[in-house]
Write a protein that binds this ligand. Sequence first.
Ligand code: TXA
Ligand code: MG
Length: 324
Amino acid sequence: MAVTKPTTDIAAAVSILKQGGLVAFPTETVYGLGADAGNQKAVEKIFLAKQRPANHPLIVHLASVSQLQDWAAQISDTAWLLAETFWPGPLAIILKKQDSVLPEVTGGQSTVALRIPDNPVALELLQQFDDGIAAPSANLYNHISPTRAEHVISELGDCVDAVLDGGMCRVGLESTIIDMSGEAPRLLRPGHISPADIEQVIGQPVSMKQQTAVRAPGMREIHYAPTTPAQLCQREQLAGEIKKCLQAGQSIGLLTTGDYPIENRQVKQLSMPDKPVQYAHELYASLRYLDDMKLDRILVETVPETKDWLAVNDRLAKATARGG
Ligand code: TXA
Ligand code: MG
């Protein structure tokens, strides 16, 4: 039966997971689509629901740092330090996997991604479940990650057994992913925890080299994207671009930062915060809002190229990779 309302019944959610069902739950980053990470059939349901290719690995969510060695092997002191410092928090750590970890979870790779989310509902769920919960973001493959329970219900309500409510996610962008399975720490996906935050704790540089498309599909070009064609646009070019679209009879969604007054019924404008943390918090909900209006085009004003905007720029590049 389709889920039409979010729930706060964590005990019921735990029993659904124990029976091999799917439970969407809030984290501090985005909502996750959870299944018992030790149950192959349950994990397979995640891929079916998301329409995600089977070789794309999932993140396993844990309740406590002490569970790390149940899932990962050859954990370096540096990796322990990262886990102890940043968990619970928006950092996923890639490590060599234990033999027992299902290949369905890791996309057949020898490594596994792990994190403890910093959200009271997620932590209570994980503590009561008392084992790893595999969870990608609770959206269809390549679409925008959900930051509210309602987003999950509208996109995956037919495929999940329950959606736990946690209101709007605090961070709003997916976790930072750091690969600690090789010689040197490597950033696979930027997020709220910056390379500088990590370097400060471990006292060594984090390399930013990108992986191949298969290893980290989060790095694929078109990802986290609205279905409406979206394009980035410098402020100086906005007026010209808007004019061009209007002349072509197109309706426009406009995401600007700070003041940019425009009055035209064909233009649906959302004004975004000018600080990266607040911008990140609102980005996906804003893109979804504009996407749901079924406009012809979404124009996104560029944001600064500075380090504190790294994660936002990464997601904006992916949201607009299809082009306008
Ligand atoms: O914030 C988050 O991380 C959210 C919440 C729910 O925790 N989850 C999330 O999951 O964003 P997902 O599946 O949408 O993104 C996980 C990313 C994917 O890009 C996947 O390729 C990468 O993690 N990943 C997982 N295991 C990996 C591994 N062993 N090696 C390299 N990348 C891995
Ligand atoms: Mg995702």
